[in-house]
Write a protein of this length. Structure first.
Length: 535
């Protein structure tokens, strides 16, 4: 089945542009696939869309491609670098096709501010190379261009206009591509500014693309520092530049942003926390494993009190499973359970992803990761999509720092890493320090139809809506017509259908002057519509 994702067509046009310029179309397509993967590597469900668009493999192949293409986010691809020497007109067409790949990649999986910014940066790197090609010395080679990727050919930020060296054609192309990518960023901003629904006790909350560590999407860039650093000039004091338009947010002063820690609520009884765990829909294997861990830790404590030897038992966990399967909710309960057992002093949950751990310059990442770990001491550090740390020097620095901090703070810290099953297995296995500390993996299976119906009913009841047999039957029809791939939302699917039904319910009653309480509560089968992209 041919993929309808825009990336599929963009890759076809890139291969055609490479062929027209005398380059190998297969090499051109491979460059585009890697560039798209590295742009969208942190987007939820991106590897599934990427695999469908490329006709390629799964998560592991996606990760390999993303690792291969990271250098092209800041410099021209090897094929483009070669064409700059041999065929400037072909290079312009090829760079245009690469920019189109960047734009398409921004919509892989669940778009976010980070993927949109990655797309703009990568597109700028390719288009900037065209503008600078006229200044290249006769002896420069494609190999030299591809082996020095950390500085774009023109040291401008992705949101800045093209340099004077660019032709009018390139200038127009720049404006078109950057304008379209800014539209993507605007949509992300619009979504991020909408009010977040209150938590409902399940791992169904929306991901905030503007959480700490976000990239700026403001065309003017972040506010200037008192002593701005010129664009393209590395800082000399170990801090990231904060000039307008450099695409890198300034690191705030810890003294000015620090807030006093909130007062801790009293520890909840262990029995109450386990009862809450058991009350969650589905997750039978997860509940059994958590109960087993509790029993193991309780017996370990009793052996210690009796003066017996206690084996070194790691408390860190790996959660694997698709989105919406309750991983965050269970992680929060684990923090409370470990606190109730006396293993943690606070029990708080600190949830982060790659953007909260990795900085823009080597050396800063270690500091940033250590600060995040320090904020989680006494509780649980939950790293979602942890496999995004694999494959580059910045992520490696974060992992090395994390391993050291886990050892130094092992008496009052639990780390839980989470993500899709295959990428997480590769992530843990690649580093001996991780493999020795994450010995327990808990798999979160997809919900069954009956469990999703139960979740849908629970969410509706929590919002004071009534669900009858006809509505349940309609919801099952929607489940039957929805593909259950890696990007299926599980509990989030139920929530999305409910929120759409609430909107349809309100529209249905818009002309009723004084609806009674039953009408205000009752959903009908007609209120339930398929999610966008499903049948």
């Amino acid at each position: 089945m041919t993929s309808t994702h825009p990336l599929a067509g963009a890759l076809d046009r890139l291969a055609a542009a490479g062929r027209a310029a005398g380059a190998d179309p297969a090499t051109a397509r491979a460059e585009g696939e890697s560039l798209a993967a590295t742009i969208a590597e942190a987007a939820t469900g991106a590897f599934a869309d990427w695999g469908a668009a490329t006709g390629g493999g799964g998560a592991e192949e996606f990760m390999v491609a993303a690792s291969r293409g990271r250098r092209w986010r800041v410099g021209p691809t090897p094929t483009l670098a070669a064409l700059l020497d041999t065929d400037p007109a072909g290079a312009r067409a090829y760079a245009s096709a690469l920019a189109e790949v960047c734009r398409a990649a921004a919509s892989l999986g669940q778009p976010s501010a980070r993927t949109a910014e990655n797309a703009r940066t990568a597109a700028a790197a390719q288009l900037s190379a065209i503008g600078a090609s006229g200044d290249r010395s006769p002896g420069s080679s494609a190999e030299e261009a591809s082996t020095a990727p950390l500085t774009p050919a023109v040291p401008v930020a992705p949101s800045e206009p093209p340099s004077e060296a660019m032709t009018d054609a390139v200038r127009g192309l720049w404006s078109q591509v950057m304008g379209e990518l800014e539209t993507v960023g605007a949509r992300v901003r619009e979504v991020s500014s909408s009010p977040e629904p209150p938590p409902r006790g399940l791992d169904l909350g929306p991901v905030d693309p503007w959480a700490p560590g976000r990239f700026t999407m403001d065309p003017q860039g972040p506010p200037s520092s008192p002593d701005p650093v010129p664009p393209g000039v590395p800082p000399t004091n170990g801090t990231a530049p904060t000039t307008p338009g450099n695409g890198i947010p300034a690191t705030p002063d810890a003294e000015t942003t620090a807030t006093p820690p909130p007062e801790l609520p009293p520890a909840r009884p262990l029995a109450e926390l386990l009862a809450e765990l058991d009350a969650l829909t589905g997750l039978r294997a997860v509940k059994a494993e958590i109960h087993r861990q509790v029993a193991l830790l309780q017996v370990e404590a009793k052996r210690k009190e009796a003066g017996l030897k206690t084996p070194a038992i790691t408390r860190h966990l790996v959660f694997v499973g698709n989105p919406g399967t309750g991983k965050t909710t269970v992680a929060r309960l684990v923090g409370g359970i470990y606190r109730a057992l006396g293993l943690l002093t606070k029990g708080q949950l600190i949830e982060v992803d790659r953007s909260e751990l990795v900085a823009g310059y080597l050396g800063q990442t270690a500091i940033k990761t250590a600060e995040v770990v320090a904020s989680a001491v006494g509780g649980v550090l939950f790293i979602d999509e942890a496999y995004a740390l694999a494959g580059d020097q910045y992520g490696t620095e974060a992992i090395d720092t994390l391993v050291k901090e886990m050892e130094d703070r092992r008496d009052d810290l639990v780390v839980i890493v989470a993500g899709y099953p295959v990428p997480m297995a590769v992530f843990v296995a690649q580093n001996p320090g991780l493999a020795s500390r994450f010995r327990t993996t808990i798999e979160f299976a997809d919900y069954t139809d009956d469990e999703l119906v139960s979740i849908f009913e629970s969410l509706a009841a929590a919002d004071d809506y009534d669900v009858d047999d006809a509505v349940r039957a309609r919801f099952r029809e929607l489940l039957t017509g929805t593909e259950r791939g890696p990007s299926f939302g599980n509990g989030r699917f139920a929530r999305n259908v409910l929120e759409a039904a609430i909107g349809a319910h309100a529209w249905r009653l818009r002309d009723v002057a004084a609806p009674d309480i039953q009408a205000l509560r009752a959903l009908t089968p007609e209120d339930l519509t398929p999610e966008e992209g499903t049948s």
